[in-house]
Design a protein around this ligand. Structure first.
Ligand code: KIV
Length: 534
């Protein structure tokens, strides 16, 4: 893959693993991040923002593992780490990115008066000086440095231009314009980008980029408006996840450029009928990427979500159905097959071997370690005994459970048994193994079987939490389907998501709860829960 700037195509910078992971509750472990990064590489993104290396040991480890395992080859995507304009952030990013063939450090510093006054407590002169110093410092580690003036769209344009000139003079190779609070409209974005292009010396020598948040639901429209004004890199996330209302959705930006290629071709200096795609994305991998991110983060995709929502290709009205049956294009501007949305095929059965299983998981984007593969294969065989037809979606659910299993010591659910029914008091007996290896068993009654199980787990784990969401979804059709349970817990002001699948939804509920509690436990400082040291 060439990493030279090109003005006649759009560079896709994916920040699912950095800004996307800032979605409340969506923390991912290193295994999950690696699986998503492998899928992003398969999807064909140009840049993977793998994390914010200095922010936690887990983030550092994830950036490093992605740099090594996904970014280590000459044809790998660029691997990027975010860094504040602070030496220790830049050093951590540089260290974590060492194994990458194409490392990028992304330095950011606020430029709006509201941020300078209330958050940074710095003068404009200090911000200007710091921009030059820290971009130059990052440049001492890597050739590829991106600079973002945070809250650019609420900054005074004249000051913004000065900061950008300073960043370019210090060696920035990409200049990114963040609409940090999702405040601007497409026309305003166009005017700002034109202003930057006309007033910043050296801007034509670097890649101009846009980062749009979705607070007013305008992220994709703003990203496309920026492309129309000359931007050639778009920062986006799978399913549009991210801080608050999220970011521009990768699949929306990419499919807009794909479906409306004849419109965008001349904007990028090509003849209208040019057929070479405007991005390097393989649209066939879009649907799979969406499912993987949704499963790993526990953030469901709304049914009416553009491109990847369950209803995106469904027709309810009789007139529409009639039209589509007669000629698909009467009511469809794209074919579901283009984004890899096929019929949910039966892929494996009871007699399928380990090799076929491993190969299918690899095709689905899961690279499981030997131990994980063994456990997953065992679960597949158990499932095949209960359920006749095993589909890709069942396999995804099994692989997801393995990938999210903690590498670090954690609470493990050993056994769960429930008695329930009408005229019975729902009672659960649960056995867990603590991170220190102790085996604990308790029983409790509850208002229902799930309540009883959760009461016991809470007594054993002893981490205060409040269950804010509990949802069950069937993975496939049919009464023998796997059920996926998603739970969301609140601890103090933070949310933690857990997910698990099983043909028995009470068992899935127990595992999902354990999964969320382990995420919560990992986030706790030294004050470990009582059972950790028990
Ligand atoms: O929203 C924002 O400003 C960001 C920058 C770090 C690009 O995420």
């Amino acid at each position: 893959m060439s990493h030279q700037p090109q003005s006649d195509r759009v560079i896709i910078f994916d920040t699912t693993l950095r800004d996307g992971e800032q979605s409340p509750g969506a923390t991912l472990n290193v295994g999950e991040k690696l699986a998503i990064a492998h899928q992003l590489a398969l999807l064909g993104v140009d840049v993977i923002e793998a994390g914010f290396a200095v922010s936690s040991p887990g983030d550092f480890e994830a950036v490093q593992a992605i740099a090594r395992e996904v970014g280590g080859r000459p044809d790998s995507p660029i691997i990027c780490s975010l860094a504040r304009a602070v030496p220790k952030d830049i050093e951590a990013a540089a260290e974590a990115l060492k194994p990458a063939a194409h490392p990028r450090i992304h330095v950011f510093l606020s430029t709006s008066d509201i941020h300078l006054e209330h958050q940074l407590r710095k003068s404009r002169a200090e911000v200007l000086a710091l921009t030059g110093e820290m971009v130059a410092y990052a440049k001492g580690f890597v050739a590829d440095v991106e600079f973002s003036p945070m809250d650019a769209t609420r900054s005074e344009p004249a000051f913004l231009y000065q900061v950008l000139e300073r960043a370019i003079a210090a060696g920035a190779t990409t200049i990114n314009i963040p609409d940090t609070v999702g405040y601007r409209t497409p026309k305003e974005i166009e005017a700002l980008i034109q202003g930057v292009r006309q007033n910043v010396a050296g801007i034509d020598q670097v890649i101009l980029s846009i980062h749009t948040q979705n607070d007013l639901g305008l992220a994709t429209a703003n990203a496309l408006a920026a492309i129309e004004s000359g931007v050639r890199q778009v920062e986006c996330t799978i399913n549009g996840i991210g801080e608050r209302a999220g970011n521009a959705a990768l699949e929306e930006v990419v499919m807009a450029l794909h479906v409306r290629q004849a419109y965008f071709n001349p904007i990028l200096g090509r003849p209208a009928d040019h057929t070479e795609p405007l991005t390097r994305i393989n649209p066939q991998e879009l649907y799979r990427s969406s499912r993987m991110v949704s499963q790993a983060t526990g953030m469901s995709v709304q049914p009416n979500k553009a491109i990847v929502g369950a209803n995106a290709f469904a027709h309810e009205s009789g007139i529409h159905q009639d039209g589509v049956l007669k000629h698909r294009e009467t009511y469809e501007i794209m074919d579901a097959a283009t984004i890899g949305l096929m019929e949910n095929q039966i892929v494996l059965g009871k007699h399928s071997g380990r090799n076929a299983f491993r190969t299918r998981l690899q095709t689905l984007g899961f690279q499981l370690a030997e131990e994980e593969l063994n456990r997953a294969f065992h679960r597949f065989k158990e499932l095949a005994d209960k359920k006749k037809d095993i589909t890709d979606w069942d396999l995804e659910a099994i692989a997801r459970d393995e990938v999210q299993a903690d590498a670090e010591p954690s609470f493990r659910l050993e056994h769960v048994q429930v008695t329930c029914g009408d005229c019975t008091c729902p009672t659960a007996t649960v056995t867990i193994v603590t991170p220190t290896g102790e085996i604990l068993t308790e029983a409790a009654v509850g208002t229902g079987p799930v309540d009883a199980v959760y009461q016991v787990i809470n007594r054993l784990v002893k981490i205060p939490n409040h269950l804010v969401e509990f949802a069950v979804q069937s993975v496939t059709e049919g009464i023998d389907a796997l059920g996926t349970v998603t739970v969301r817990l609140r601890h103090e002001d933070r949310l933690f998501i857990g997910q698990a699948s099983d043909t028995d939804i009470v068992v899935a509920a127990a595992f999902a709860y354990m999964n969320a509690l382990n995420r919560l436990a990992r986030s706790l400082p030294a004050a470990a829960p009582a059972a950790l040291s028990a």
